[in-house]
Design a protein around this ligand. Structure first.
Ligand SMILES: [Ca+2]
Ligand SMILES: [Ca+2]
Ligand SMILES: [Ca+2]
Length: 382
């Protein structure tokens, strides 16, 4: 069976019936029924009789039942295997993303039960791949003719064709570079070593979530962030000076620290996640300062737990400083390669004594739902 189409058979000898159930988990498909076989009876999920015609029988998420005479066709008739499944489209582009500035990756699915030749075209270059029947989210890699620039809006139209079918997806991004940490980096909540690095500043109303005008953010003095991110082959480095008039951190455990004044950082290391949430290589970590103690956590994947990594935080009048180094190995990740594109995001949660009231973030996709597809994409430049 192809990846999205399911078939199950049941025998009911006392009624001389073979019942074949069909449904899909994805897009609707059509079945081309074999000529000359017992036609049987088709029923939908509401027991209404269906009368398939020349264009085949439509199958969707609600199961459809094919009731056949068991004594004539037997419990596993060979013609079931010969039924051709025709989706509305023969192949599907699940995601187009950048692996490096000069390498594009396309995730493609083939919901049919036949091999499909897929041609991907970008920047005038074409490459054809054979997609196995039922292939689900297969990654095709393709070199770009001209590498994409850092620090500019870029759009790359990508066309995928398969027979008469054509689909265009536009890859849009604005890459930033992620550099190695400053010389003499120490996770000590003193940020002097970062002074020649450009901070990622969060101080705009548009960066506050939930996007509710009644959220009580009065401006940068209420909550704003100057953060520094860096990476090398050993670790991801993070430092932030958070302007916050009241520090409240009543919750300091791996499950609830985010309800306190705290930071959360999420990463999609290979920039390969879709809109469905975290995938297996994604990670989410957190930092909180409760009393005098700075704690670091891993909050995705579960089990959520405290991380033994270099971390420090301190509170001054009106602001809180955090600094940490998350070794790739401590996150269960392999070291990234120079030139790799990584998607990253962070938020500062705001609690002024009555629970988390809102948060400010580089992009959405941490506090309200996990959406790595919208994170900032960084080029690892070392
Ligand atoms: Ca430091
Ligand atoms: Ca991922
Ligand atoms: Ca606060």
């Amino acid at each position: 069976m192809s990846s999205d189409v399911w078939r199950a058979t049941f025998t009911v000898p006392e009624r001389d019936q073979l019942v074949v159930v069909w449904w899909t988990e994805g897009e609707a498909v059509r079945l081309d029924l074999p000529a000359g076989e017992p036609s049987g009876t088709w029923l939908d999920s509401f027991c209404r009789v269906l009368r398939p015609k020349g264009e085949g029988l439509k199958i969707s998420r609600l199961p459809v039942y094919w009731v056949l005479p068991l004594s004539k066709v037997g419990p596993g008739p060979a013609f079931l295997k010969g039924i051709e499944i025709r989706p509305a489209q023969p192949v599907r582009v699940d995601k187009v993303f950048l692996a490096t500035t000069d390498r594009l990756a396309v995730q493609v699915s083939n919901p049919t039960n036949k091999v499909q030749a897929v041609t991907v075209e970008a920047q005038g270059r074409k490459q054809t791949f054979d997609m196995p029947a039922g292939a689900n989210r297969v990654r095709l890699d393709m070199a770009l003719v001209s590498p994409l620039p850092i620090g500019r809006d870029v759009e790359v139209p990508v066309t995928m064709s398969c027979g008469d079918f054509r689909e265009e997806v536009v890859l849009r991004t604005h890459l930033q570079s992620l550099e190695p940490p400053p010389n003499g980096f120490q996770a000590d909540a003193e940020l002097d070593e970062w002074k020649n690095h450009r901070s990622l500043r969060l101080a705009e109303r548009s960066q506050i979530l939930p996007p509710d005008p009644t959220v009580g953010w009065d401006g940068p003095a209420d909550l704003s962030v100057d953060a520094y991110l860096a990476a090398d082959g050993k670790a991801l480095y993070f430092a932030a000076a958070v302007t916050d008039d009241k520090h409240a951190a009543p919750a300091v455990g791996p499950d609830d620290f985010w309800k306190s004044d705290s930071l959360q950082i999420a990463l999609d290391p290979e920039n390969d996640s879709g809109a469905e949430g975290f995938d297996s290589n994604d990670r989410e970590v957190g930092l909180v300062l409760g009393g005098k103690e700075a704690r670091a956590f891993i909050s995705y994947p579960e089990p959520r737990r405290r991380l033994e990594v270099p971390v420090a935080a301190r509170r001054e009048e009106g602001w809180t400083v955090y600094e940490a180094a998350f070794a790739w190995a401590a996150l269960g990740l392999k070291s990234p390669q120079p030139g790799q594109i990584m998607a990253l995001n962070f938020i500062a949660n705001e609690n002024d004594g009555e629970g988390r009231v809102y948060w400010i973030g580089l992009t959405p996709g941490i506090g309200e739902a996990k959406v790595p597809a919208v994170y900032q994409q960084f080029w690892l430049g070392w």
